[in-house]
Design a protein. Structure first.
Length: 740
């Protein structure tokens, strides 16, 4: 679910995890003194979408622990328990002995209740229980609380004519906290429906009729190895399959489960999946599952499940095959769904997956420009969304619910993996990633495990690294105060370069990249800084002229707002901001936009309040960022307010606008652009401008998708130009010190 920041804004990525995992996890094969746990489910499920109903028989094998009686299960509150019986055998005959159940006192979650089962006499070892229950699962997906595309729609599970989604949060089968079980699943549904679950399967009978006068029912089976939780989705899918064969000889069965209208996209998704397997199997080891499916969902989602990904229909239609999208979900097959995360002790899975896909994909494909762009976006995301007051250690990140969590747990954490790679070197880093998967598959891992693995492969002590970057909040910010150079008498042509640094953000030990422009050449240096170091000395082969700090965004530093290229997100994240509506009442899309900003503002933290300025405002407020939403009948007014910030870079007129030297005119055109306020460092003037507001209908709706662009031009709502304007490059001239 994605990072972080694509050009379309935040991508949602969550991986499907049980919320009920306890802090300590029993492993299969633990001695019987461990808590009781389910080790196997055999589920026979009949689904009636039109009735929102399911009927289930679950035969489960429970490993009964030493002290626990009664057993404390959870099940959805809406499901009616018919019987629970102990399955015994006498000779060849199977007998069911009913066992007593009682409702526990606590409602664990709004949709889950506790059910206590008392076994007839003190049972030890493995026992088989048969559960029969039925009921409705009807929690229609709601729009997420946050309007900014960070989280998927919210539902604890749903059965309906539009689709079926049953997850670990649904409580659609009885569970014991901490269980790691294998699953056999048989699903009976109306004819034409297809179920998708984890592991291997899909064998299907299209039409079975219990009685000849009844409608067709389809029956399908799935089998999953040991996993944390089982997800089941179903819909009227068109299924397309293809085999992927790796150079290692491995074969993975790929499939798409798409709605009939989108079935034409199957090849595109299958080809993209194969491409990602080609790239990531060599880096991460054999693909952990026999199958991988791309499944279209009836509500907005980006979920990575073991052996399939569940993507909202909107995403599927938008060709969601990019590395930060499909690539990210596929890498979760190893990172998160093979080696498991333990969210309560810190989520490392999203940071590493984001690093491997959203970022590293571009390096892997030698796209240096895009790789740099991703590093820049990750650092900007962290620097803008996480103010020092809101910052928290990566170790405290569990899952995201807003941009700040995204910036800490996905973006900053990804940059920490980049720092680790710089620190221990490529060879050790990639050996570590592979070892992590190989050693910890089928187990929970936390940051301590990662520290152990990378310390082992690098033969380095890395306690300081993880203490500094994972357990502490913040990031350093380094600037050059002074740089002087003097010729070295013994080395003709060479110079000694002395650099004095200003350090903010606390004591951090890290590698500081420097770019040195010399007479006739440039060079770069990677300077390992100790936590307090403020002086650097280097020997360079020619006379140095200028120095810049990390122009390639390789180091994890906090960027200053005034150093970030002017973008809409500077407005979004400003502590003080205002909106100036300069349009007629008839400009409906603009009116809606302003209303939406007001409504959204009321939902987020109290410190972000947006003032709506009066139409006759003739001067910008003395501080903060301003969003001017305007039509061309106000062109002179807009121009007078923005000229000090934008200068010649952007101007507006009665027929259109001019951006970075190019003119755009006509009623179809609209623009969104931002300029730094020179009189209020760190704040911007952002202008959404249209000759005819009708041309901006789509733009006004999707405005915040373009948060990381300086300028975007729209022709009838379609983007025809994107631009990034000057980003600050901290360049320091080197003073020549002739004294020997
Ligand atoms: Zn993810």
């Amino acid at each position: 679910m994605p990072v972080g920041s694509s050009r379309l804004g935040f991508i949602t990525c969550l991986i499907g995890l049980s919320l009920l995992l306890p802090l300590s996890q029993g492993q299969a094969g633990d001695p019987p003194a461990s808590p009781s746990a389910i080790i196997r489910h055999e589920l026979r499920v009949s689904i009636d979408p039109d009735q929102y109903q399911l009927t289930v028989i679950d035969r489960m094998v429970v490993r009964v622990g030493g002290s626990q009686s009664p057993l404390d299960f959870t099940l959805a509150t809406s499901l009616r328990l018919e019987t629970v019986a102990l399955v015994t055998r006498v000779g060849n005959e199977e007998r069911l002995i009913p066992v007593s159940t009682s409702l526990g006192d606590a409602t664990i979650d709004s949709n889950l209740r506790s059910l206590q089962v008392s076994l007839p006499d003190h049972q030890q070892g493995n026992v088989t229980l048969e559960w029969r229950y039925r009921g409705a699962i009807d929690d229609p997906p709601r729009e997420p609380r946050h309007l900014r595309f960070v989280t998927p729609s919210e539902t604890s599970g749903h059965i309906g004519p539009e689709g079926v989604y049953l997850s670990s949060e649904t409580g659609w089968y009885p569970d014991l906290a901490g269980s790691l079980a294998s699953y056999a699943l048989t699903v009976e549904m109306p004819g034409g429906w297809t179920a998708v679950s984890q592991g291997r399967g899909g064998a299907k009978q299209e039409c079975t009729k219990p009685r000849s006068d009844e409608a067709c029912r389809s029956v399908q089976t799935w089998e999953s190895g040991v996993t944390e939780a089982l997800t089941l989705v179903a819909n009227r899918f068109t299924v397309t399959t293809r085999d992927w064969k790796g150079v290692n000889g491995q074969v993975v069965h790929l499939a798409t489960y798409l709605f009939p209208d989108d079935a034409v996209l199957a090849d595109e998704y299958l080809a993209a999946t194969a491409k990602y397997l080609d790239a990531y199997v060599p880096l991460l080891g054999p693909f952990p599952f026999e199958q991988f499916g791309v499944v279209e969902n009836f509500f907005a989602s980006g979920l990575g499940m073991p052996s399939f990904t569940l993507l909202g229909s909107g995403s599927i239609k938008r060709h969601y095959t990019q590395p930060y999208a499909l690539g990210h979900e596929i890498v979760h097959s190893w990172i998160g769904n093979s080696v498991w995360n333990r969210p309560e002790s810190g989520n490392w899975v999203e940071g590493l997956t984001t690093y491997l896909t959203n970022y590293y994909w571009h390096e892997l494909n030698h796209d240096d420009r895009q790789a740099r762009e991703q590093r820049r976006l990750m650092l900007q995301g962290y620097s803008l969304y996480v103010t020092p007051q809101l910052d928290y250690p990566i170790a405290a990140f569990q899952r995201k619910s807003d941009e700040k969590d995204n910036a800490v747990g996905y973006q900053k954490a990804a940059m920490v993996f980049h720092q680790l790679r710089l620190e221990i070197g490529d060879e050790a880093f990639w050996r570590g990633v592979k070892l992590l998967v190989a050693d910890l598959s089928g187990r929970h891992a936390d940051w301590q495990d990662l520290e152990r693995v990378f310390a082992k492969v690098s033969e380095r002590e890395l306690r300081w690294f993880f203490a500094q970057w994972i357990e502490r909040s913040g990031a350093p910010a380094v600037a050059i105060v002074e740089a002087t150079a003097s010729p070295i008498r013994e080395q003709p042509g060479a110079y000694k370069l002395r650099i004095r640094l200003a350090r903010e953000g606390g004591a951090f030990r890290f590698i500081l990249p420097l770019k040195i422009t010399m007479k006739g050449s440039t060079s770069s240096a990677e300077v390992p800084l100790t936590a307090e170091q403020q002086e650097v000395e280097l020997v360079v082969p020619a006379e140095p002229l200028t120095l810049s700090v990390d122009p390639e965004y390789m180091s994890l530093q906090r960027l200053k707002r005034e150093h970030v290229a002017p973008v809409l997100n500077l407005f979004v994240t400003d502590q003080h901001k205002s909106v100036l509506p300069l349009f007629a009442d008839s400009a409906t899309p603009f009116k809606e936009l302003v209303a939406r900003i007001e409504a959204q503002d009321a939902q987020v933290s109290a410190e972000r309040k947006t003032a709506i300025l009066a139409v006759d405002t003739m001067a910008l407020p003395p501080s903060g960022s301003v969003l001017i939403v305007a039509t061309s009948d106000h062109h002179a007014h807009v121009q007078s307010l923005m000229v000090r910030a934008c200068g010649e870079l952007a101007t507006v007129g009665p027929e259109g606008f001019r951006l970075a030297g190019t003119s755009y005119a006509g009623r179809r055109m609209a623009a969104l652009f931002s300029c730094h306020r020179r009189d209020a460092p760190g704040s911007v003037v952002t202008v959404l401008y249209a000759v005819d507001p009708a041309a901006a209908t789509k733009v006004a709706r999707l405005l915040f998708f373009y948060g990381w662009q300086s300028a975007v031009v729209f022709d009838e709502g379609t983007v025809t130009k994107r631009d990034m304007w000057q980003e600050f490059q901290a360049m320091k001239e080197v003073r020549l010190d002739e004294q020997r």
